[in-house]
Design a binder for this molecule. Structure first.
Ligand code: ADQ
Length: 474
């Protein structure tokens, strides 16, 4: 099997103390690479003020080698905080109102992608397959091709690909679209993302669609396919089963004192719909006063990207909102919302999911949302909890037996919270069973294997792809 090179913006090094990592990308890929071995290159997270940036830091852990590069102040400001987090992230999550496009940031983004290519180039061996991750690194393959790299290169987008009207609002849309055609395989979370991408290509007259998944552009062919990301389902289910005896679990049960637990777990991000969720929970409590003092919402939200002003502001908004609801509805011995800004270890998280009667997974837009899948995996099959899931999460395309909601509809979501809490056991079991089968089938190993099988196949003679696919009508 060819060596695998993974490239992502951040490289999650194996934690020395077992501390949990908050990123879905990290959680998914670490388990995938551990099974195969290879090289993982990315930003070390360190910022250096002097140029040029020093040599790569090379580390080895078992069969995974890590190559880490520092970036300069300017790189981080323009490429990461600027173009990636303040242009691509909001646009791909349909928040044109939050996108702050600037030429300087855009130039920095392409420059840092060139820099990543220059760091990777000396490490590439003839038969390596290269798998590049996420929106930070869209132009990387094009840069590598420019430098003569003929290896198979795949790209997986962890976040949504928006509809053409939204994507094309970004000034450099064509550059990004064209750069994607340098890959051999482009992976999306859902069919809808792939179709949105295909519609952007068609609208801009870039290349040609040769089949459902096959495209050609600039003399090369490539495939674009959905590969829904998953979790280590059986492992996570085991963690959840074992969590019952831990001190945290016992303390939590004690503090609930017979009340039902509703859980929300999300990075602090405007795409996750946390404020709408708290509004829905408040509406639910107001409309169903019988539930007051009988339920508690535990919202676990580690802070992220606090250097971006919207995130800093959001932290304040959510904390104030939770405080207001608690002040208005709480009593001396009942706090409706427990709001916690911490990362938890995975076993603790698994145990809390299992304890919860209902999970509120209500992003306004999400590539997949692994929390939804983790919640399903963690349930007790005899008495499973209910997953309340936004129809705008990629996971909703697979988990059709969740209680699907429109998170913008606060009153509708409030009603579904009430229905979920009152759901009879047989219905909970039936819904869970079907969702669990999907989460088992589309697990992180299937995701990885399917992508890598596609990336390995389809070899073109001497790196020049031939349009060998039969043309079908569109
Ligand atoms: P994220 O936006 O980070 O990922 P998500 O898929 O929900 O979103 O993954 C979050 C991960 O972090 C989960 O594994 C969760 O358990 C963990 N996590 C969250 N809060 C935590 C806490 N307090 N303590 C410990 N762990 C916590 C991006 C995209 C998603 C896509 C993933 C994977 O935005 O749409 O599903 O990548 O492709």
């Amino acid at each position: 099997m060819s060596r695998l090179i993974v490239v992502s913006n951040r490289v999650p090094l194996p934690a020395k103390n077992g501390a949990a990592s908050a990123g879905g990308l990290a959680v998914a890929l670490q388990s995938a690479l551990a099974a195969r071995g290879g090289l993982w290159l990315g930003w070390s997270g360190k910022i250096c003020s002097d140029e040029p940036v020093g040599p790569l830091t090379m580390l080895k852990d078992g069969n995974i080698e890590y190559a880490l590069t520092d970036l300069t102040d300017l790189d981080v400001e323009e490429y990461y905080q600027g173009f990636a987090n303040r242009v691509l992230w909001p646009i791909c999550h349909y928040r044109l109102d939050l996108a702050e496009y600037g030429r300087r940031e855009m130039t920095g983004y392409f420059r840092v992608n060139q820099f990543f290519a220059s760091r990777l180039l000396p490490l590439i061996q003839k038969d390596d397959v290269i798998w590049i991750h996420d929106y930070h690194l869209i132009p990387l393959a094009e840069e590598l091709r420019r430098q003569g790299v003929k290896n198979r290169i795949g790209f997986f987008l962890h976040i949504p690909w928006p509809a053409p009207d939204v994507f094309l609002a970004m000034p450099v849309h064509d550059e990004l679209l064209k750069s994607l055609t340098a890959y051999d395989v482009i992976g999306f979370q859902t069919r809808q993302d792939r179709e949105n991408f295909a519609a952007c290509l068609a609208r801009q007259n870039i290349g040609e669609r040769l089949g459902e998944e096959e495209f050609s552009a600039a003399g090369r062919t490539f495939i674009a396919r959905p590969y829904p990301i998953g979790i280590e389902t059986d492992e996570f289910a085991k963690l959840a089963r074992q969590a019952g005896n831990t001190t945290l679990h016992k303390r939590m049960r004690q503090s609930l004192d017979g009340k039902d637990l509703i859980i929300g777990v999300d990075r602090l991000d405007y795409s996750k719909g946390i404020t709408q969720r708290i509004d829905a929970f408040e509406t639910f409590l107001t409309r169903h006063p019988d539930y007051q003092r009988k339920v508690t919402l535990l919202q676990i939200t580690p802070k992220s990207r606090s250097e971006v002003p919207e995130y800093e502001a959001m932290q304040k908004t959510v904390a104030e909102q939770a405080g207001r609801v608690n002040g208005a509805l709480g009593t001396v011995d009942w706090v409706p919302i427990r709001y916690v800004n911490r990362s938890l270890r995975r076993p603790a998280l698994a145990g809390l999911y299992r304890m919860a009667k209902v999970a509120l997974v209500t992003p306004l837009r999400d590539g997949m949302n692994l929390v939804a899948k983790e919640f399903v995996a963690a349930q007790d099959e005899d008495d499973p909890g209910v997953l309340l899931l936004s129809r705008f999460a990629g996971a909703a395309h697979e988990l059709k037996d969740a209680m699907l909601v429109n998170p913008y509809d606060v009153e509708g979501t409030a009603d579904v919270i009430a229905r979920s809490l009152a759901m009879p056991r047989e219905e909970r079991q039936a819904r869970w069973k079907s969702m669990m089968a999907t989460v088992r089938e589309n697990n992180v190993f299937t995701w990885c294997d399917t992508f890598l099988a596609d990336l390995a196949g389809n070899e073109a003679p001497e790196g020049v792809a031939q349009p060998r696919l039969k043309r079908v009508s569109r």
